[in-house]
Design a protein around this ligand. Structure first.
Ligand SMILES: C[S@@+](CC[C@H](N)C(=O)[O-])C[C@H]1O[C@@H](n2cnc3c(N)ncnc32)[C@H](O)[C@@H]1O
Length: 412
């Protein structure tokens, strides 16, 4: 029998579990991932857990870096991990402690070089078909030429990352592939290539507005973002006193597809992108990560039943396999969280329940169960939103609303 946990309602946090609020937040707005929360949630948890100087926070699924930057805003050390090089670049740039004067000087030198690329017609790299379809030749030539200007004019490091992030943030304005919600859709975008330099300049101007004249004198070593797998963390035991994170939801959205154009324009070739897709958390049917065993994980009883029902109703066999793999991944990650946390540490996992063929999938409760199997205590499940209340959402999510919750654990 599956243990059940009391579900607390907390509508006050509702607006903080979508990324909408981040669009107006300095630095956060430089790059935003779908399905993120806002820095207010990070601050609220920091206050609730009474964290302060001397504490250290982990986000094993850092995405665009809301937790690490939110912790930095409160002067608390934080480490973020992510498998995606796009996420690592975005999060790392946000916490880099850049100096305004130096960036402005660089931009004064760069801008004429960037403007001169408005009519570039040669493409340097061999870009995969997806990138060429999203950015037909005139567009891709200009983006590619600006990318090469940045690589030639700025040494590898946070300042080059800043200007590259701005370029990546400019792509959707011109791309024919648009991320709508969690999917990529194709649109007839006719914005001409000659507008790329001025659009990019506007993005950079807005980013520069957020860089403080003077950074406070703190040790930069307190904030780190690195490439790592949430199921196999590189940290020694007992490193952290808090974890604030949101794993990908088991809703079939695949970040390597949603950000496919940016990944293959800036970082990876087609093969490497496919490899990232396979190795990612098993939240979409194409993931098939290699794992070293199951480390004693038992499927929560309710889950076994749900997976059987979904399998009998769905015509895609991969969905049942994905759902099973999702909670094994959750268990492996929670085991690592338990290992790298100090006794008494708190961990908040923001998760979303889902529905398959009308069958509800209680992600929050199975996450609580997986965490307890991993050695953590589930303190509470806080329900922040109910998706599926409107007629339109009902069509999308099925008859009953799906909770979005924060599962809070404590390391005994
Ligand atoms: C819901 S997003 C996190 C959003 C984040 N809260 C933010 O502020 O943008 C989930 C992230 O998990 C990452 N991810 C997927 N599988 C992973 C794994 N095995 N280890 C670490 N990160 C992973 C994805 O690349 C994605 O950036």
């Amino acid at each position: 029998v599956t243990r059940s946990w009391p579900i607390e309602e907390c509508a006050a946090w509702r607006e903080w579990t979508t990324p909408k609020g981040l669009h107006e937040k300095p630095v956060h707005r430089w790059y935003i991932f779908p399905h993120s929360y806002t820095n207010e949630l990070v601050h609220a948890l920091i206050d609730e857990w009474n964290l302060g100087e001397g504490d250290k926070i982990l986000d094993p699924f850092a995405g665009a870096g809301t937790t690490v930057l939110g912790a930095k805003e409160r002067g608390i050390g934080a480490v973020g991990c992510d498998l995606s090089p796009l996420a690592v670049l975005a999060a790392r740039t946000k916490i880099a402690g850049l100096a305004l004067g130096s960036l402005e000087n660089l931009w004064r030198e760069l801008q004429p070089l960037v403007d001169a690329q408005a009519t570039a017609r040669k493409i340097g790299g061999g870009y995969p078909a997806l990138v060429r379809k999203a950015l037909p030749v005139p567009l891709l030539s200009v983006f590619d030429a600006i990318k090469r200007v940045l690589a030639e004019a700025i040494p590898d490091g946070p300042e080059r990352d800043f200007f590259l992030l701005g370029l990546l943030a400019t792509i959707p304005t011109f791309s024919r592939a648009q991320a709508t919600g969690g999917w990529l859709s194709w649109v007839d975008n006719r914005r001409p290539a000659r507008l790329i330099p001025e659009t990019y300049a506007a993005v950079i101007a807005r980013m520069l507005e957020d860089v403080p004249q003077k950074q406070p004198s703190v040790s930069k070593a307190q904030w780190v973002v690195r490439t790592a797998d949430a199921r196999k963390l590189p940290d020694p035991d007992g490193t952290y006193t808090g974890v604030i994170t949101s794993p990908p939801y088991p809703n079939r959205h695949d970040y390597t597809r949603v950000f496919g154009v940016e990944l293959m324009f800036g970082f990876l070739d087609w093969e490497e992108t496919r490899e990232l897709r396979h190795q990612s958390f098993q939240s979409h049917p194409e993931a098939r990560p290699e794992r070293n065993g199951t480390a004693g994980y038992r499927r929560p009883e309710g889950l076994a039943q749900t997976v059987r029902e979904v399998d009998s109703k769905s015509n895609d066999r991969r969905v049942a396999r994905m759902l099973d793999g999702y909670f094994l991944d959750m268990f492996l990650c929670l085991s690592e969280v338990n290992r790298v946390c100090r006794p008494g540490a708190r961990a908040a996992f923001v998760v979303g329940n889902a529905q398959y063929s009308g069958i509800p999938l209680l992600v929050d409760e199975y996450t609580a169960d997986a965490g307890e199997q991993a050695g953590l205590e589930c303190e509470r499940i806080v329900a922040v939103r109910h998706r599926g209340n409107s007629a339109q959402q009902m069509g999308r999510h099925g008859r009953s609303p799906s909770r979005e919750s924060i599962v809070v654990f404590r390391k005994p």
